[in-house]
Design a protein around this ligand. Structure first.
Ligand code: PBG
Length: 329
């Protein structure tokens, strides 16, 4: 039997492959997460994330300039404060590390890329949870993180971040109603132009492991009381629908590689841009295997990002953003 239909024809030469590829990556759709730590004078390495550091304000500026130079579309800032407390006071303090760093970087970046900030309390609380804890003695209170009390903290944090110049607030706390609460607070204070990125389908994932080291997390236990169950696909769409209805400008699926089905579902139905976050543990697995010589680091990074884009991501947060942007060029 001699086949007449031969898909291999279009794979025969580099020129044909280049012309017929369905998916390609572009630097502008990459976002680089960056960590900035209060009270250090030198960048501090993160053992479980080779090549990623906790920045000083100065080295942060350099990393942002480097990302912009490579054509990266945005940076997402995370702050690590020196002092933590039960309500995460440093988060909405204009002199808090994240807000100070945002101001410094916004001035530096100008229009070259979009400066974004993580809006969550876990880096700022002494218990490491993403919100304030319910008083155990409160009658009827659900044990764990108090949803509605946390919304008030997020509103204060949103105002501080918007005032500092963040263009896009990354709502990563998985509290019910957080998008509507933050939108209302911003609009009331004249920040109608500050956009909201909702981490809508955010799963309670072990792939965040290295991030805990990156932000010196104080968490004991887990976040299953507010982040999603890894077994739930349908619920990812529900969270996305709610966030769009509440005013999210962008929705996100996180982690990326183990949740590509959810990402494809969301991409098929969302009326707003859909982003995905290739998280710390995903990057760490690639780095560890590559360090052993078991995989080709560059090819695996490119393929992993291509897979996330092919599944439906319009933009991708990745610790490889600057490096990948350099290769793409
Ligand atoms: C919450 C937040 C986390 C990550 C991003 N934002 C940690 C968590 O939810 O436990 C994880 C990112 C990563 O692992 O790279 N502030």
């Amino acid at each position: 039997m001699i086949p007449t239909i031969r898909p291999r024809r279009l794979r025969a030469t580099p020129a044909l492959r280049k012309l017929t590829t369905e998916t390609r990556l572009h630097p502008n759709e990459l976002v680089l997460p960056l960590f900035v730590r209060e009270g250090i004078s030198e960048p501090h390495p993160i053992t479980s994330m080779p090549g990623v550091v906790q920045h000083t304000i100065d080295s942060l500026r350099g990393a942002v300039a480097e990302a912009a130079e490579a054509g990266v579309g945005g940076v997402m800032l995370f702050g690590i404060p020196e002092v933590r407390d039960a309500i995460g006071s440093a988060a909405d303090d204009p002199a808090g590390i994240l807000n100070v760093a945002t101001r410094a970087v916004v001035a530096e970046a100008g229009d070259s890329l979009v400066v974004q900030t993580d809006l969550c309390l876990d880096e700022f609380t002494d218990h490491g949870h993403c919100g304030v804890l319910a008083e155990p003695e409160t009658p009827g209170a659900v044990a764990g993180v108090d949803n509605d009390a946390t919304l008030e903290r997020y509103q204060a944090m949103a105002l501080a971040q918007a005032e500092a110049g963040s263009a896009l607030l990354g709502l990563s706390g998985m509290m019910d109603g957080q998008v509507a609460a933050v939108r209302a607070a911003l609009d009331e204070r004249g920040f109608q132009q500050t956009a909201l990125l909702a981490y809508s389908a955010k799963y309670a994932s072990a792939f965040y492991g290295p991030f805990r080291e990156a932000v010196d997390s104080q968490l004991t236990g887990d976040r299953r009381g507010y982040q999603m169950d890894p077994g739930n696909r349908r619920e990812g769409l529900r969270e996305v629908e709610l966030d769009i209805a509440e005013g999210a400008d962008v929705v996100m699926v996180k982690p990326a590689m183990s949740y590509l089905d959810v990402l494809a579902d969301v991409a098929a139905t969302s009326s707003v841009p859909v982003w995905a976050y290739q998280v710390s543990g995903e990057a760490a697995m690639i780095e560890a295997a590559a360090a052993h010589g078991w995989i080709d680091r560059r090819r695996v990074i490119e393929e992993s990002m291509l897979g996330i884009k092919r599944a439906g991501a319009d933009a991708i947060l990745s610790y490889f953003a600057t490096e990948l942007a350099g290769w793409i060029r």
